[in-house]
Ligand binder design. Sequence first.
Ligand code: ACO
Length: 316
Amino acid sequence: MTARRPGGYPGAAITGWGIALPDKIVTNADFAARLDTSDDWIVERTGIKERRFGGTTRALAVEAARAALARSGHEAREIDLLVLSTTTPDQAVPAASSAVHADLGCSGAAFDLNAACAGFVYSLVTALSMLGMGYKRALVIGSDTLSRITDQTDRATAVLFADGAGAIVLEARPDRELLLSYDLGLDGSLASILCCDHGGYITMEGREVFRRAVRASVESAQKVMADAGVKAADIALYVPHQANLRIIDAAVQRLGIDADRTSIVLDHTGNTSSASMAIALNEAAELGRLKDGDIVLLSGFGAGMTWASAVLRWGS
Ligand code: ACO
């Protein structure tokens, strides 16, 4: 669904951000030592050099959220809404957000949202809409532990997927315009090209995902740019889903965005699904690449097949 601004979305600001990555670094050489693959193949086809494995979805979410809270200067009890984007909850029931809510000591509501790699933008839009209905301060977290559902003997998927989390504190601020436009969508008829059964491992038609991903994320990004009335030259930072550098390069070319205005973290994180765009946004913020007023384009795709884009005006 594409949305134009019917007189503006709820005013808000991102006042905190945080990242959590497991300690264990897995390099391409580690895979080459036990699978029929090589550092050259992985770097050339994906752009990934190393990734992190370990932890739980809950623990990574809590660590990222604590960092975001510290940055925002707020206590967990001041949070009245927690939206946790994940495809890998540690348990089937209850939702992972339940444990995260308890560990942090938040108040108010909490729920999980699963829109795969597009989930962080789905969650951001969902939380923002709820701020418009009276919630004051939200934690929006993307956390995934994909190494647990990846067959580590399958070279086609093992080298891609990894673990991590990113979180932001989103506050209702009537005086601030954060969201300029958004686009959330999916094509459920494509579910079989990337899926994972309960208790099983991810299966993926890599070439088909690649082809569909470029098309879906470029079209979605073009829609939100048109809706926000911004051109490629206006984008201060492009935050794409971190699946494959060749997909990002293709999107950058088609959108006409400068490559050096793109946030790339996949070289050291791999594909962390729901956490991917949160980590890429937060690392850029942490590195001081964002200043108040900057136009930020987030755009991603994932299993479902889902896609989601948003144009934000950065203001912390
Ligand atoms: N090392 C060496 N060779 C490999 C590896 C590996 N790690 N993986 C696959 N190969 C081989 C294949 O077996 C195949 O061999 P064959 O020709 O003998 O059959 C050959 O490399 C070419 O395989 P392709 O799949 O055609 O390679 P491609 O260039 O398409 O790259 C890749 C594969 C990296 C998976 C690519 O298709 C891709 O990135 N697709 C998108 C994946 C993606 O983005 N997934 C996540 C999206 S959603 C989400 O984030 C959950």
